[in-house]
Design a protein around this ligand. Structure first.
Ligand code: GLN
Length: 475
């Protein structure tokens, strides 16, 4: 569907000229959420709070003191802490848990006068590719309600796509922003690892996790990045320079196409055809495109799963039935409390990953799996850097196919894991990557194109994405 507004600039223009008031705008989104409850994207709506907040921001607009995000109505993935608001990572184990502090990313949105409208469902602990694994039940894809919206930030993608809010925050550990963005026809940006503080993001795999925006426009995505980025003193892996949005002059691009992705069995023919015609079009417009080898495509997903499950098994050890959320009722003694609370509180997929992660870290297997996967990660990083030393960007389809029918991959974890075949590279290497809508299959299901660029050079990624977007809109 076409959203009423596709960027905050449009909103600010209408607010300025009196076409709409902020109170009316907030009401518009509240009504949309109400009418689309069946999508199951929002698990909580801050209805009263946003009305008073709209008034507050309105008076700031009048007095000329409003921040850069005044007019932006944003939804939050259910793994971002927001003080005095419930956060559960869509897991039973965090049932009823209220944040004690606000994450840096969310605080910075508030400081620039964004309005946070509610909390969005995700796969439990951000583990998944379909948003079927949420304690709140599956989220539906607004494009086709029989299909999944992708995951794990499926609630965020569905909410933006269905115009329930202007933008949403998600988190991307292996593709969880870009894959659902592609499946719902919106833009999804995973910044360079270290760009946005992870303070207040419920950890899944700490050396992979990045917060990022899902939006309708490139300008909103990079504006949100600008607002959220930069040091805060709370995340030791944070880059010490903030990102500042600036439009880099458009120049012909040198683009690398990964042969091993493009000619891979399993890439849907309609996606491939459209991708190839995009390449033709880009060539005709004066860009240089070369097919390059990336011989590690088969290693991407296994390496990702060894390392992320290892990190998850450690990160999730804090959920013990004592400190947070859910505690098993009948448990006696500390050990039984741990065991029963974790057995009852975690879902099957999360348990699978904790066990796998514990296994790859256990003595005797550490060298064979964990330590080896770390080395493979380095090889993948080096190869990606080598390609990016010769090219401005790497392009691939975001996903091998479009959104699948609900339930289709539930019984097959490997098929689900392979959903991320083209997206995990950027998380293993740390590079920024973005998915923008590329087209639709004959059955109307959307898909995206992914651009991966050099670390901490998001303005170059923006410039490249702008050129691609222009090119795509013309055919
Ligand atoms: N689908 C991937 C996983 O299940 C990615 C999740 C993510 O990026 N949070 O781990």
């Amino acid at each position: 569907m076409t959203p009423r507004y596709s960027s905050v600039t449009e909103i600010q223009k209408d607010l300025g000229s009196g076409v709409i008031t902020l109170t009316e705008l907030v009401q518009y989104y509240l009504d949309r959420i109400q009418q689309n409850q069946h999508l199951n994207a929002f698990v909580e709506v801050y209805a009263e709070e946003v009305v008073s907040r709209a008034k507050e921001v309105e008076s700031k607009i009048k007095s000329g003191t409003a921040g850069r995000l005044a007019g932006m109505v944003v939804g939050l993935k259910d793994n971002l802490c927001y003080k005095d608001h419930v956060v559960t990572a869509s897991s039973k184990i965090l049932e009823g848990f209220t944040s004690l502090y606000t994450s840096t990313a969310v605080q910075r949105l508030l400081d620039e006068d964004a309005i946070i409208i509610g909390r969005l469902s995700c796969d439990e602990f951000a583990m998944g590719s379909s948003n079927e694994k949420s304690v709140y039940g599956p989220v539906l894809n607004p494009v086709n309600e029989k299909c999944v919206p992708g995951g794990s930030s499926g609630g965020s993608a569905a909410a933006v796509a269905a115009d329930l809010c202007l933008a949403a925050l998600g988190s991307d550990t292996g593709g969880s922003i870009r894959q659902p963005a592609a499946y719902t026809n919106v833009i999804g940006l995973k910044p360079t690892y270290g760009r946005i503080s992870r303070y207040g993001l419920i950890a899944y795999a700490s050396s992979f996790d990045q917060i990022g925006p899902l939006t309708h426009s490139l300008e909103d995505a990079f504006l949100l990045l600008d607002v959220m980025s930069g040091p805060d003193g709370f995340d030791g892996t944070l880059y010490n320079e903030k990102y500042t949005l600036s439009e880099v002059e458009a120049k012909p691009l040198k683009i690398a196409v990964l042969k091993d992705c493009l000619y891979r069995e399993g890439l849907n023919v309609e996606i491939k055809e459209r991708f190839l015609s995009l390449i033709e079009k880009l060539k005709n417009e004066g860009h240089t495109i070369e097919e390059v080898n990336f011989p590690f495509v088969d290693q991407l997903v296994p390496t990702y799963y060894v390392l992320t499950t290892a990190e998850a098994s450690s990160n999730l050890s804090r959920f013990d039935g004592i400190h947070y959320g859910y505690r098993a009722k009948e448990a006696k003694g500390i050990e039984e409390t741990y065991k029963k609370s974790r057995t009852e509180g975690f879902g099957t997929e999360v348990k699978r990953r904790i066990m796998l992660g514990t296994f790859v870290l256990s003595s005797g297997y550490y060298d064979a799996y964990y330590s080896r996967a770390q080395k493979v990660r380095r090889v993948i990083q080096n190869k990606t850097n080598e390609i990016l030393s010769q090219f401005d960007v790497i392009i691939t389809p975001t996903t091998a196919d479009t959104a699948f029918e609900m339930g289709k991959k539930s019984a097959d974890p490997i098929a689900m894991y392979l959903e991320d075949i083209f997206t995990v590279q950027a998380n293993l290497s740390g590079h920024p990557a973005i998915s923008i809508p590329l087209g639709k299959k004959k059955n109307e299901m959307p898909f995206g194109v992914q651009l991966l660029g050099p670390s901490f050079q998001e303005n170059h990624l923006l410039q490249a994405a702008r050129q691609l977007e222009k090119c795509i809109s013309g055919f």
